[in-house]
Ligand binder design. Structure first.
Ligand code: C2O
Ligand code: CU
Length: 513
């Protein structure tokens, strides 16, 4: 392996740009097999790029113990897996430029890993077995160490099986040393759909159930408790007829008995307190497995400032909708009183709830549905990137159409009709080269929405849209996104519905050497 300098790989990128390459790249991807050698996570270029990252030299060390835990979810005790016996796990907070050193202690019965969702980090620290590392075996430790160079609201979770749908998640907030926003309060709010340990259910059993189709779904159990009329139907944990206008139809496949704000259900909500008139920054994260949340704060409008950690042109709205994996930062000036922070589980006729208290008054009931839910809910595709993070105009040198395929009935979710092969992950990889501008076209040929996520990069929705790493693609629609290929390695691109991803809706974006 030759030594790389920053200049040599930028030069290589420039030398190969042009239309000929676009044509060549268009032929690889879904249909082809890799045309040449791929950059591996341990290649020298990965280290070379890390050395070029703007670092402060300051190291922040943390220990994360993944273990079986008994958690009290508002009066209901469940046996689950978590980080540090807490739900969510304790927030990690670093400053842009810091080196994060996080030692994962695996005290689970199964192998695991940590993926740092939203961070453009060195490839060998991305936490994706078997692509970027070997899974960390039970009883073993693994230390993640990398420079975090961009501020924002991010989170972390395992990238092994369905573990993300247990309690293994926590926020990682990267502070901006030159924070441009002014606010008095800052709350990180993690939303989650919960089934693990309720009546003996595990995410693995649910995956088996939905994979097996309805025959294995147990007996029909009719509408969800207490819901009549058009409520979705469930059989076991399989949900049918969960429909959402915002999501263009079918909203989800899985029934969850609980929806949580910071680990608490609606009948025992977390209370946030502040002074009336306070300027609040809310950092919202959807850590769910199969649920999009429509989030409003009763009695308030909100100003969207960021999505997936990146600033957007400010936009005043009634609420936002978050697919799994997405984040939104919003600013709110708080009124005097008690207000419900409601996260409606799209199509599932259920809510997660937090209570915001700045004055006296009775707490809202668990079924409260503020008017804002029917107000202006912004889609990411309507937002614009803030000028300072906009990608410069440039035509893509590589383009891949990633068709989202599969059906609920067959549970054969895939990309371009190909299910991800964990044994041979580079098979059928989408390719790019260091220095290229790359366009991905997510073309949804299914009847369901999918939150599509790319590791290691933050793309921009074409046409000046926001910078993001996870984007909702509605049924029958296409979303074009562009990114700079500036982080060599092998990166997953997948649906962040964990059951879709595990069923096969994953692929690899691989840099050619
Ligand atoms: Cu939240 Cu593959 O990631
Ligand atoms: Cu999906």
């Amino acid at each position: 392996m030759p030594e790389f300098s920053r200049r040599s790989f930028i030069g290589a990128g420039a030398a190969v740009s042009g239309l000929g390459l676009l044509a060549a790249c268009g032929r690889t991807g879904a249909a082809g097999s890799p045309s040449g050698a791929l950059v591996t996570p341990t290649d020298a270029i990965v280290d070379a790029v890390e050395k070029e990252r703007a670092g402060t030299g300051r190291e922040r060390a943390f220990t994360l113990r993944a273990a079986e835990s008994e958690l009290d979810l508002g009066g209901r005790t469940v046996r689950t897996w978590s980080y540090g016996n807490a739900l969510p796990g304790e927030e990690l907070r670093v400053s842009a430029g810091d080196t994060l050193k996080a030692t994962l202690e695996n005290r689970l019965p199964d192998p695991t890993s940590i993926h740092w969702h939203g961070l453009a980090l060195r490839n060998d620290m991305d936490g994706v077995p078997p692509v970027t590392q070997k899974a960390v075996e039970p009883g073993e430790d693994f230390t993640y160490r990398f420079i975090v160079d961009t501020p924002g609201t991010h989170w972390f979770h395992p990238h092994v099986g369905t573990q993300i749908d247990r309690g293994l998640y926590a926020p990682i907030i990267v502070d901006d040393p030159d924070e441009p926003l002014a606010y008095d309060e800052e709350w990180v709010v993690m939303l989650d759909d919960w089934l693990d340990g309720v009546d003996g259910t595990t995410p693995d059993a649910v995956l088996e159930e939905v994979r097996g189709g309805m025959d294995h779904g147990g007996h029909g159990e009719g509408g969800i408790d207490g819901m009549g009329g058009d409520a979705p139907m469930r059989m076991g944990n399989t949900l049918m007829g969960a429909s959402s206008e915002l999501l263009g139809g079918d909203a989800g496949d899985i029934y969850y008995p609980m929806h949580l704000v910071d680990g608490r259900p609606a009948d025992d909500p977390r209370t946030f307190t502040a002074e009336p008139g306070a300027r609040l920054r809310l950092r919202l994260v959807n850590a769910g497995g199969d649920t999009a949340y429509r989030v409003v704060l009763g009695g308030h409008r909100m100003t969207v400032t960021h999505t997936d950690g990146y600033p957007v042109e400010h936009r005043e709205v009634d609420g936002v909708v978050l697919g799994m994996g997405e984040r939104y930062d919003v600013l709110v000036t708080l009124e005097d009183g008690v207000f419900p922070l409601v996260a409606l589980a799209e199509g599932k006729d259920a809510t997660a709830l937090g209570v915001v208290r700045t004055g006296s008054g009775r707490a809202p009931g668990k079924d409260v549905r503020p008017d804002g839910l029917d107000g202006k809910i912004v889609h990411a595709t309507e937002l614009k990137a803030a000028p300072e993070v906009r990608l410069e105009q440039r035509s893509p040198e590589a383009e891949h159409t990633i068709e989202l395929t599969g059906t609920m009935g067959a549970y054969d979710w895939a990309l371009n009709g190909r299910r991800f092969d964990h044994e041979d992950p580079t098979k059928g990889a989408y390719e790019c080269e260091q220095g290229q501008r790359v366009r991905l076209v997510f073309k949804n040929s299914t009847t369901m929405w999918h939150p599509m996520h790319l590791h290691g990069h933050t793309f921009q929705i074409a046409g000046g849209g926001p910078r993001k790493d996870t984007v909702i693609v509605l049924p029958g629609e296409s979303v074009k996104v562009d990114f700079e290929a500036d982080n060599p390695g092998q990166w997953l691109v997948h649906c962040h519905n964990i059951y879709h991803g595990e069923a096969g809706m994953m692929g690899l974006m691989a840099y050619t050497a």
